[in-house]
Each structure stands twice: as C-alpha cells, then as structure tokens.
Design a protein around this ligand. Structure first.
Ligand code: NAD
Ligand code: UD1
Length: 340
C-alpha cells in the first residue's frame, strides 16, 4: 500500500516508516519539523535503503496538503502522527495545542476527503481512559476525564473521527491507543529526542545515565502498587510501529471504525524500570523520591487481546530489550540528532 505518514520525522513515525518498508509498503512523509529533524529521515533512508519522499508541510496548511495530494494522487491510507504531545506544555499553552492538534487534524481530514482518501490510522493514547475504571484496560472500558489539554485533544479527535465515519461509511478509521512507548531501533540510529527537560520517564533515565542530568526524581512512593511507585505498560517502539502495519489489515478489511489498545499487557513500576535499566546496561541511575506529580494515576496497563485476535499483532519485546535499546540510542547519540 502507499501510505501518507504525517509526523513521520518524529519518534514513533520514523520507526513506523522502517516497519512499513520492511512489510513491502511505500510511504510519503509530511512534517513541519517543529519537534523533529530531517536527520531522522536521512537515517531511516540509510536503514531502509529507500528514498522516501518528504514534504516540509504543516498539516494546518490546506494548500500545502493539496500540493502533496496532487503530486501523489494514489494514497491508500494516512497514518496520522503529527501533533504536539508535551503534557506540561499543553497546560500552559492550551490554545496552541488545540489549534495545532484539533485544527490541524480537521484541515488534514478535509483535504483527505477532497482527494478521495478515506482511510486513516490515528495516534491516540491510553490517556483517553483517564483514571481507568478497570485494570487491565480493554477497549470497552469507558473513556475518562483527561487531566490536561493534550489528553483532551486525543479524546476530542477520537470523537471527530468517530462522527466522520458515522456520517460517511466509506471512511475506515482505526484509533490506536498507545500505552507507554520507549526503546529505539536496534541500530541505535534513531530514537526519542525530546526538547529540553524530558517529561517522560525513560528519556529522563537515559539522560541521567549519560551524565546530562544529576538524578532522577521518582514521583511518589505512596501509591497503592507493589512498591509504591506508579505502574505503567511500557511498549517497545518497534512493536508499536509494527502495530501500525498490522492495523492496515483492518483498513483493507473495511473495518469502519475500529479501536485497539497497543500495549504489552504487563505493568512495571518506576523502580522496576530503574533497576532493570541499571542491571541490563551496567550503568548507575541515581534517584531520589519526590512528591507525586499532579495528574498522575497509580496504575495503567492494557489488555491487548483484541489487537491479537483481530490483527494478529502482539508485542514481541520485553522490558530488558526496551531498556537496552533506549540506552543504545542515548549513548550513541548523547545530543540526539544534533550531533556531538
Ligand atoms: P514526536 O513529537 O516525536 O512526533 C510528532 C511529529 O509531528 C514531529 O515530527 C512534529 O514535528 C510533527 N508535527 C507536529 N505538529 C505538526 C503540524 N502541525 N504539521 C506537521 N507536522 C507536525 O511525537 P511521537 O512520540 O512520535 O508521537 C507521535 C504521535 O503519537 C503524536 O500524535 C502523539 O501525541 C502520539 N502519542 C505519543 C505517545 C508517546 O509517548 N510518544 C503516546 C501516545 C500517543
Ligand atoms: C504521560 C502522559 C500521557 C502521555 C504519555 C506518553 C501525564 C499525566 N500523562 O504518561 O498523557 O500519553 O506520557 O507521552 O503526564 N515518572 C517519574 N519521574 C520522571 C518521569 C516520570 O517518576 O521524571 C513516573 C511517573 O510518575 C509515572 C511513570 O514514571 O508513574 C511514567 O511517566 P511518563 O513516562 O511521564 O508517562 P505517563 O505519566 O504514563
């Protein structure tokens, strides 16, 4: 299939490009590079040996999108990663987040419709479950209250896509609810490259390990979990990327609207991750216990059975490989894509 990949220069998008090419698909990337660098695409080119067309276009730019669709009138599907994703920043800049994520997706969908491309796979998040009513979380679990504008944009866009599909059954929409992606391609050539101080656990750990930050703050040790620290469903980004390739099966099967959790089904605590990272990589990660982070929940992990049943997708990598590959990327690229 020929896939339009928005946000393809980013962390999950770049890994997905590799898996798409491995499975025999081809892709065209659009990205405005607001949170990424074209260097990631150059490296994807080295890994895949493919020359992947790239357009530096903003998804809010209707004319720019028309140019892409005019040059490539034969897309089978869009995989839509483009969006802003920093939770804390979304609290201080709600308008920018709603404008970029909501308006950007509306402009993209309008452009897709005008060009007769009515298949989309959307990057959603487990954050739409809020504080989940049931653990492990199945797709039947009701959506919950999101504690920040970023999460709201995911929840609202799920609704937009659901309503769109209902209005016109020619649309096929797959909502993929990611749990906590970490890890990197085994080559260590691409990986997660956060701007400034990382918000998420694994990039913070790798930056402590590489000496860029003094110590990790563990946010809370009084949760109702086995060791008191927060429990999450970490998933290797390559497994997540393969989930998108498998989701193309749902599109081919004319799924209408389909929702899948992409997680491993296992929960690990913050200290599980720190201890595994230290053991597997033979490095030390100093940490100290800090107060809880506002908006955090105690436990969140998936029941990923539906994706296996319907798509034949299942995560292959375990926590040790996730820790190994995150470190391999960080140590080979201490300054991300910016060089030494
Ligand atoms: P990322 O920031 O690395 O990638 C997103 C890409 O979108 C970036 O390359 C950025 O430059 C681009 N982009 C942003 N706004 C754009 C616009 N208006 N026009 C064109 N390009 C634009 O993030 P990621 O971790 O790869 O996440 C990809 C998607 O998955 C996002 O939608 C994110 O919200 C979602 N998601 C991520 C996680 C996670 O933990 N990484 C979890 C759940 C969901
Ligand atoms: C966060 C976002 C979620 C987003 C996801 C992936 C919040 C409330 N939720 O999820 O919307 O989809 O990232 O981008 O921000 N931790 C520490 N120290 C740190 C960082 C994290 O102890 O320096 C702990 C957290 O308290 C949590 C766990 O590590 O228990 C994982 O945190 P994180 O990686 O930020 O992911 P989530 O909070 O699950």
């Amino acid at each position: 299939m020929k896939i339009l990949v928005t946000g393809g220069a980013g962390y999950i998008g770049s890994h997905t490009l590799i898996e798409l090419y491995k499975a025999g698909h081809e892709a065209v990337v659009i990205d405005n590079l607001c949170n990424s660098s074209s260097e990631s695409l150059r490296r994807v080119g080295l890994i895949t040996g493919a020359k992947i067309p790239f357009f530096k276009v903003d998804i809010r730019d209707s004319k720019g999108l028309d140019g892409v669709f005019d040059t490539h009138p034969d897309f089978d599907c869009c995989i839509h990663f483009a969006g802003l994703k920093a939770v804390g920043e979304s609290v201080s800049k709600p308008l920018e987040y709603y404008e970029n994520n909501i308006n950007g997706t509306l402009v993209l969908l309008d452009s897709m419709r005008r060009h007769g491309v009515k298949n989309i796979i959307f990057s959603s998040s487990a954050t739409v479950y809020g504080n989940p009513a049931v653990i492990p979380i199945t797709e039947k679990c009701p959506k919950g209250e999101c504690t920040n504008p970023y999460g709201q944009t995911k929840s609202m866009l799920e609704q937009v896509l659901t309503d769109l599909q209902k209005s016109d059954p020619e649309w096929n929409v797959v909502l993929l609810r990611y749990f906590n992606p970490i890890g990197a391609h085994e080559s260590g050539m691409i990986g997660e490259n956060p701007n400034g101080i990382p918000n998420n656990l694994m990039p913070y750990i790798t930056q402590v390990a590489v000496g860029k930050r003094k110590e990790l703050g563990v946010f809370g040790k009084d949760y109702d979990t086995p060791d008191g620290t927060g429990v999450r469903d970490y998933i290797h980004v390559v497994d997540l990327a393969r989930g998108h390739v498998c989701a193309l099966k749902a599109i081919t099967g004319k799924c209408g609207l389909a929702i899948y959790n992409l997680g491993t089904g296992h929960g690990y605590s913050v200290l599980d991750i720190v201890n595994t990272f230290q053991r597997v990589n033979g490095v030390t990660v100093p940490y100290s216990i800090k107060p809880r982070r506002p908006g955090d929940i105690a436990t969140c992990y998936s029941d990923p059975a539906k994706a296996y049943r319907e798509l034949g997708w299942k995560a292959q990598f375990g926590i040790e490989e996730m820790c190994r590959d995150s470190w391999n990327w960080q140590k080979k690229n201490p300054n991300g894509f910016e060089g030494e």
